[in-house]
Structures are given as C-alpha cells and as structure tokens.
Design a protein around this ligand. Structure first.
Ligand SMILES: Cc1cc2nc3c(=O)[nH]c(=O)nc-3n(C[C@H](O)[C@H](O)[C@H](O)COP(=O)(O)O)c2cc1C
Length: 299
C-alpha cells in the first residue's frame, strides 16, 4: 500500500482534493469514482521522497507497457508541479498541460502517434503545450523557435524524474500528428503541443541501454579537444599505473638488452640508472597524488 497524506473535502456537487477542485481538473465521473474507491484510508504517511536526484536520473527508463491501475490524481499533479519548477527563458513558464484520463481518447491517440503500442495500456496521457506567442513577444524568433522548445523540454525532464521518484512509469512521446492532436484537444494556434507524456504504473522491463561514454562527448576549451587521460578526473589511477608499468617494462627490456654487453661495469651502471630513474618517477607520481588529495580535501 502507498503511504501519503491527502485531504479530501466532500461538497454537495464536487470533491476537493488538497484544495484542487477535482471536477474542474478531470471532468470524467469514471476517474472520480476510481478515486473515491481508492480513498479508503484517511491517514497515510507522507510519500517517500528520499530518492536522490542522481538516483532518479540513473534509474529512470522509458516505460511503454502500463498496468491497468489508474494513477492517483494527486500524483499527476505532483508530476506536473515538478515540471513547472523547471527553468524557463525569462521565467516565462509558458507551458500548459492537458491531462487525458478518458480511455477512448487515449486509445484514439494511438492512431495519431504512428500507432505506438504504449497508448493501448497507458491510463493517463499529459499533453505538454508551449505558448509560442508569449516567447515571441519577449524574445522574437529565437524565443518562438528555440526557447519554448527548451522550456518545455526542461519541464518534461522534471516531470519524468518526478514520476520516477513517485514510482510512476512514463514515456515521452514526440512522434505524433500535430494537426490531429490540435483538433482533438482544441489547442489554439498560438500554442504548440510539444510532447505527450504517458503515465502509469509500469509493467515494462526495459532492455539495458547503451550509454555513450562521457569522455567521447566532452571537449575542453575548443570543440574537438578531448581530455587525454579522462580517467584521472575520476581519480582512477589504476589506468595510470598500468600505463606507467607498461612503459617501465619496455624500458627494463631495453636496459636488459643493453646490459648484455660484455662489460659488467656498464651493465651495473645501466641497471642502477634505471632503478634510480624509476624510483624518481614513481616518487613524483605519488607526490602528485598526495597534492591532489590535499587540494580535494581543502575544497
Ligand atoms: C524528443 C523525444 C521524443 C521521443 N519520442 C518518443 C516516441 O514517440 N515514442 C517512444 O516510444 N519514445 C519516445 N521517446 C523516448 C526515447 O525513445 C527514449 O528516451 C530513448 O530511447 C532512451 O531510452 P530511456 O528513456 O529508457 O533512457 C522520445 C524521447 C525524446 C527525448
């Protein structure tokens, strides 16, 4: 059983959940009925929000198969609230959301989204809209073409992370017929449907995904300039030791070849020189490590 506290006020014709007029938000009696059914426990513990941001980022995966269990309206609002806390150009917050809970409507979306199977099981779809007009008014074409998209993308990512934290699966849908969606939800011309977010309790087992390595994506100071030893950033010195060891081995082989010379004096000199050089090198390396550690501790 989930644990969270909710305040429910019953009025003659409506239900207020946490101060939100639910009737205004979700007009379907079906959803209200489901909601009432779930409100069987009055006192619940606060939801666990202890997952770290990094935990949610690393754990989040796209969900494309959902359980039939409906998502609590409270959770949908929490997810959207998280979205609205995203940064936006000039704090325009030029986003809005259409929550779709009516099954026939969600299933109809299937036909306007390249027939993506996820729509067949999702109990909720949220259409994230961006208001281009406001962005254009303040920031011209750049606002209209770029900022609204970026604002909404930041908002959506916040929503995905919030969903993950609440134990709700989510799918970001970008492939859809905009005209059909605009008509279906009477979205005004100044507003653009940016994405559809499917939400629901997950029944998906996503395949492990390939992740590009950061060192192949990050440049320093100039585009294309990569870090030569990226592992040192993570203080992974084992690679450095391996490298140094390989160099030493090579050098040792060279020394041995040279010390095959008939003169034992030269052989002795060469061997001593090698050891002296090697111990200096290792000493320097260890000193560097210590300095780095000191700097790290001071931070
Ligand atoms: C702009 C954008 C559009 C996307 N459109 C779709 C989509 O139409 N259908 C879908 O199933 N997934 C869609 N996704 C989800 C990606 O396929 C998914 O994030 C990606 O494969 C990485 O998998 P992960 O989310 O599990 O890490 C979209 C993601 C983004 C950012």
């Amino acid at each position: 059983m989930e644990h969270h506290s909710i305040i429910i006020l019953f009025h003659p014709n409506s239900i207020t959940v946490r101060g939100l007029e639910q009737e205004n938000v979700v007009p379907t009696t079906q959803f209200v009925a489901t909601f009432i059914k779930r409100v069987d426990v009055v006192h619940r513990m606060p939801e666990d929000r202890s997952m770290s941001v990094f935990g949610a980022i690393l754990k989040r995966r796209t969900c494309r198969k959902f359980a039939s269990q409906p998502v609590e309206l409270e959770k949908i609002f929490e997810i959207i609230t998280a979205g609205t806390h995203a940064p936006s150009s000039g704090n325009l917050q030029n986003w809005s959301f259409v929550i779709v809970t009516e099954k026939p409507k969600i299933r109809a979306l299937y036909h306007h989204t390249l027939e993506q199977e996820a729509f067949m099981s999702a109990p909720v779809a949220v259409i994230v809209c961006g208001d281009n007009d406001i962005a254009e008014k303040y920031y011209g074409l750049r606002g209209k073409r770029l900022y609204t998209i970026q604002n909404c993308a930041a908002c959506i990512e916040n929503m995905l992370l919030a969903a993950e934290t609440l134990g709700i699966g989510a799918c970001w849908i970008g492939a859809f017929d905009e005209e059909k969606i605009d008509a279906m939800f009477t979205i005004p011309a100044t507003v653009r449907a940016q994405a559809i977010l499917l939400l629901g309790y997950s029944e998906d087992e996503p395949e492990p995904k390939e992740q590009k390595r950061i060192e192949n994506l990050v440049y320093f100071n100039t585009y294309g300039q990569t870090l030569k030893k990226p592992y040192l950033v993570y203080r992974d010195y084992s690679k450095e030791w391996e490298l140094q060891l390989a160099q030493l081995k090579q050098k040792w082989a060279d020394v041995k070849r040279e010390t095959n010379l008939p003169s034992p004096t030269i052989a002795k000199e060469k061997t001593e020189e090698f050891f002296k050089e090697t111990s200096k090198k290792v000493g320097r390396f260890v000193e560097n490590l210590k300095d780095e550690e000191k700097v790290r501790r001071r931070r």
